[in-house]
Design a protein around this ligand. Structure first.
Ligand code: NAD
Length: 262
């Protein structure tokens, strides 16, 4: 039966926010499967371009880095146009801010809604005509367990991620009779550099050892008591691109160790 990914070789994937964390894990899985990959962030550092060169050399495929600040809708659209092709679009870029509603800075609300949600609208609007022309496409939105459930102090993030899940369904319905699918992946806690950096602070704040801080503080909502990995997210995204997933559209796949089963 194969992995259903053989036909992906040479297709072009844009992964937003892919110079670290989950986006990078997904980009690496795609490059390994022989897709051409467009990496993105807003940083435009020499390191970002070097990352693209190193990944291209490691996997023997084309990897480019295109800088775009996705808080700006026009820049999000330019990213897709500059890529020139987009068979697979992964809307992954995201930021977080934690504060009660009354204290939540309006500028942070606007930035989170723009980067975590509206950018996916702009990139999708620009990418769909390319997918239609190519006769195939995959839209994969990286939402969150917070696209399906809520936590206090994360109003903008929870609103944006619920919005992304809703928009995913609309894109799926608008493309339902075409060989294009749109789905959202909803990770729970994933081990990324950002999460790793929270561990020492948590240990200090609660006077706990590393294992207890992870189990009882960071992973309280994650019944498996294990982080998901960026490789697992890469594998899930690759599956959604595979032939086996052609009839999976308009839905969410949780990678959350049981979080949303609670
Ligand atoms: P990360 O901080 O490692 O990566 C975020 C990426 O987004 C980076 O590449 C960053 O450069 C990019 N980005 C931020 N602002 C941007 C902007 N204005 N324009 C362009 N790019 C921008 O974080 P991560 O944990 O890998 O998160 C990736 C996605 O996964 C986010 O949407 C996040 O909400 C979601 N997520 C993460 C977790 C987790 O536990 N790490 C859980 C659920 C969902």
């Amino acid at each position: 039966m194969g992995t259903g990914t053989e036909s992906l070789k040479g297709k072009t994937a844009i992964v937003t926010g892919s110079n670290s964390g989950i986006g990078l894990g997904i980009a690496r899985s795609f490059a390994e499967a022989g897709l051409r990959v467009v990496l993105n962030s807003y940083t435009d550092r020499e390191d970002d371009h070097a990352l693209a060169r190193d990944m291209a050399a490691e996997f023997g495929t084309e990897v480019r880095y295109i800088s775009a600040d996705l808080s700006d809708g026009d820049a999000a659209r330019r990213l897709v146009r500059e890529a020139g092709a987009c068979d697979v679009l992964v809307n992954n870029a995201g930021i977080q801010h934690v504060a009660g509603i009354e204290e939540f800075p309006a500028a942070k609300w606007d930035a989170i809604i723009a980067i975590n949600m509206s950018s996916a609208f702009h990139t999708t609007a620009e990418a769909l005509p390319m997918m239609r022309k190519a006769g195939w496409g995959r839209v994969i939105n990286i939402a969150s367990a917070h696209g399906l459930t809520a936590s206090p102090y994360k109003s903008a993030y929870v609103a944006a991620k619920h919005g992304v899940v809703g928009m995913t369904k609309v894109v799926a319905l608008e493309t339902a009779e075409e060989p294009i699918t749109a789905n959202a992946i909803c990770p729970g806690y994933v081990m990324t550099p950002l999460v790793e950096s929270q561990i020492p602070d948590t240990m200090e704040k609660y006077g706990m050892d590393r294992e207890t801080a992870i189990r009882d503080v960071l992973l309280t909502r994650q019944p498996s008591k294990e982080f998901a990995t960026t490789d697992q997210l890469g594998g899930t995204a690759l599956f959604l691109c595979s032939d086996h997933a052609a009839q999976i559209t308009g839905t969410t796949i949780s990678v959350d160790g049981g979080w949303t089963a609670l």
